[in-house]
Structures are given as structure tokens and as C-alpha cells.
Design a protein. Structure first.
Ligand SMILES: Cc1cc2nc3c(=O)[nH]c(=O)nc-3n(C[C@H](O)[C@H](O)[C@H](O)COP(=O)(O)O)c2cc1C
Length: 318
């Protein structure tokens, strides 16, 4: 059965790529040495089993052109053994690549990887497996048994950011925030939740290598416009706002009648029947919003569905 190897949905990608296309000996003998004199930091990504790490790590480090090694494994247990195998063979910084596919087991694996000699993390890998079906034919358009498809790009950034924030909260270690960075603002957001450096794959795949220069320029403009000298100045800026739910004060609401189009969505869609409106004429001061406080669960759906932004939060940025 033939299914597409990748499918692009608004900067989200599904891929069925399988590891390296080159023999590792060629990579070490030709590709890595060709990077000699490169202006940036070169991170060599290796995996995916401890046995492979034992074979590849030494020769990769011996090329002398690599600044750090990233370890990638399929399971939470092998990542630890892989990191240990690599640490026994090099003093280079090691990044343990983490995947949300391990669920909350990701965090104990991260801790064990640090103890096994990792210096920091890359978070996260693509998410999956995923599946999408053409309902006319029943054929998979994305994924399938024996042809697993993994999701990357825009759709996974909120997941990646939650993982990065949790890692930043738990561990004092560098994190390469990776997953769904498509534009400069995404880079800012990923840094604000605790990323030390940023990783990208989908954006340059979809937009071409010019993406780097364009996004760098746009990011510099954003930083200048907001009075920041460097992206690093924003690292972790959002973490102090990430309260546990029980510590969060209830939402308050503000209503601007002159903006209200009287669509009544706030009333109709409220699952708790906690909203009522008085008055009929749109965009007039006759309109009054009534909140039945004993019914309201402060979910904020009424604000989220208000397109003209007549209803806003009093104590929470939209
Ligand atoms: C086509 C493709 C191939 C990938 N291959 C690998 C791989 O071989 N090893 C790996 O660790 N991650 C691999 N990834 C995952 C990326 O490194 C990255 O963690 C993930 O795509 C999330 O970042 P992004 O949203 O910027 O793409 C691959 C991703 C894509 C889209």
C-alpha cells in the first residue's frame, strides 16, 4: 500500500521517515569533517540503541568538529543506557532528546538521563503515531500499520512548550526547545517557557533554508521593538505565571456595550446558563451583560467566543 511520506497541513507535518539514509561510517568519515570551520555550534544526533551508541559515539567525538552529541532513543529506558554509553566515550556535552510519546514517564527518564551523564535536553521529538483516513476509500492518507506517521510543526508547539516549562521547573539544565517553531514570535514564546536554545525541523523543511535568515531578522526586529538586547533576556519569563490551578484567582469580566453586536453567542454557548443579556440594540449603551455568579464556573468560554471583544477578562490577558 502506498501512502504519502509526508503531508503538510498549515505548517504541521506528518512524516514516516526512518532514521539515517547514510551509513554511519560515511557520516563520520565524510559528512562531519566537511563541517570543519563551520561558524556555529555543531550537534551530532546519534541513536537509537545503546549498542549503536557504543559503536558510533567514539568515532563521532574523534572527528574533532562536533561541539555536542544529542542522544535519541525510542524508549524511556534505552535513552538512559544510551546516554551512559556515550558518556563513557566522550567528555562532550550530551543532550538527551525527550519525547512526549512517553507521557509523564518523560520526567523520570529526564532525571535518570542527567544522572547517567547528560548535560541537558532536547525537547521534544515528533508526536505519534498518527492516523488519518480518506472516508471515500477507507485508505490512510496519513500513517498506517507498519507505516507509522509522526506529527511535527505548528500543531505540536503547545505540547512542546508544556514539556519545556516542566523541565525548566524541575531541572537546572539547558533545554533545546524544539517543536513547532514556525515564526519569530514562536521562538520568543518557547524561550519564555524556559528554552535555552531552539531547535527547528519542520519550518525550514516547508519554507526552505531562507527561513533562517528571514526569521532571524524578524526576531531581531521583535526584540529591538520590545527593548530586549538578546533572546536570552527572556528565558523563563513566563514561568512565574504558571500557577497551579488551585492558586489561580477566579476570572473577572469586563463588558463594553458599544462593541457588542448582540450575537448572543456568550448566552447561547454558556454550558452553565450563567449569562443573560438585557437590551436589544447592538452597539448601544442600552445593552447590559448579566453574570449569574452562582452558576458561573469561570471557564471563560463566553470571552473566547466574543469576536468583537465586547466581553473581555478583567484580570487575564486575552
Ligand atoms: C521529516 C522529519 C524527520 C525527522 N527525523 C528525525 C530523526 O531522524 N531523529 C530525531 O531525533 N528527530 C527527527 N525528527 C524530529 C525533529 O528533530 C523534531 O524533534 C520535531 O520535528 C519537532 O520539531 P519541529 O516542529 O520544528 O519539526 C524528524 C522530523 C521530521 C519532520
Amino acid at each position: 500500500m502506498v501512502v504519502p511520506r509526508s503531508s503538510n497541513l498549515r505548517a504541521t507535518l506528518f512524516n514516516t521517515e526512518k532514521w539515517a539514509d547514510l551509513p554511519w561510517e560515511q557520516w563520520v568519515a565524510q559528512e562531519l569533517p566537511a563541517m570543519k570551520g563551520h561558524p556555529g555550534m555543531l550537534i551530532a544526533s546519534i541513536g537509537h540503541t545503546p549498542a549503536e551508541g557504543e559503536i558510533i559515539a567514539g568515532p563521532v567525538a574523534a572527528t574533532g568538529v562536533v561541539d555536542a552529541i544529542e542522544c535519541v532513543a525510542y524508549t524511556k529506558d534505552t535513552i538512559v543506557a544510551l546516554v551512559r554509553a556515550v558518556r563513557e566515550r566522550t567528555d562532550l556535552p550530551i543532550l538527551a532528546k525527550l519525547t512526549f510519546n512517553w507521557g509523564d514517564d518523560l520526567y523520570p527518564a529526564a532525571e535518570a538521563a542527567l544522572k547517567a551523564g547528560a548535560t541537558g535536553f532536547t525537547a521534544i521529538d515528533s508526536i505519534g503515531p498518527t492516523l488519518q483516513i480518506d472516508i471515500e476509500t477507507g485508505q490512510p492518507t496519513i500513517g498506517g500499520v507498519g507505516n507509522k506517521a509522526w506529527m511535527s510543526g505548528a500543531a505540536i508547539r503547545p505540547v512542546a512548550q508544556a514539556v519545556v516549562a516542566e523541565l525548566a521547573h524541575r531541572f537546572d539544565a539547558p533545554i533545546v526547545g524544539t517543536g513547532g517553531i514556525i515564526q519569530a514570535e514562536d521562538a520568543v514564546e518557547m524561550t519564555m517557557v524556559g528554552a535555552t536554545a531552539l531547535g527547528v525541523c519542520t519550518a525550514p523543511l516547508l519554507r526552505g533554508l531562507e527561513w533562517f535568515e528571514r526569521t532571524h531578522k524578524s526576531l531581531s526586529g521583535w526584540l529591538d521593538g520590545h527593548g530586549y538586547a538578546a533572546l536570552a533576556d527572556l528565558r523563563g519569563a513566563a514561568l512565574k505565571h504558571l500557577h497551579p490551578v488551585e492558586d489561580t484567582a477566579p476570572l473577572t469580566f469586563e463588558f463594553e456595550p458599544l462593541k457588542c453586536t448582540k450575537c448572543d453567542l456568550c448566552v447561547v454557548l454558556c454550558p452553565y446558563d450563567a449569562r443573560e443579556m438585557e437590551g436589544d440594540k447592538p452597539k448601544t449603551s442600552d445593552l447590559k451583560q448579566i453574570l449569574l455568579e452562582d452558576r458561573c464556573r469561570y471557564c471563560g468560554l463566553c470571552v473566547e467566543v466574543c469576536k468583537p471583544e465586547a466581553l473581555t477578562y478583567g484580570n487575564w490577558p486575552r
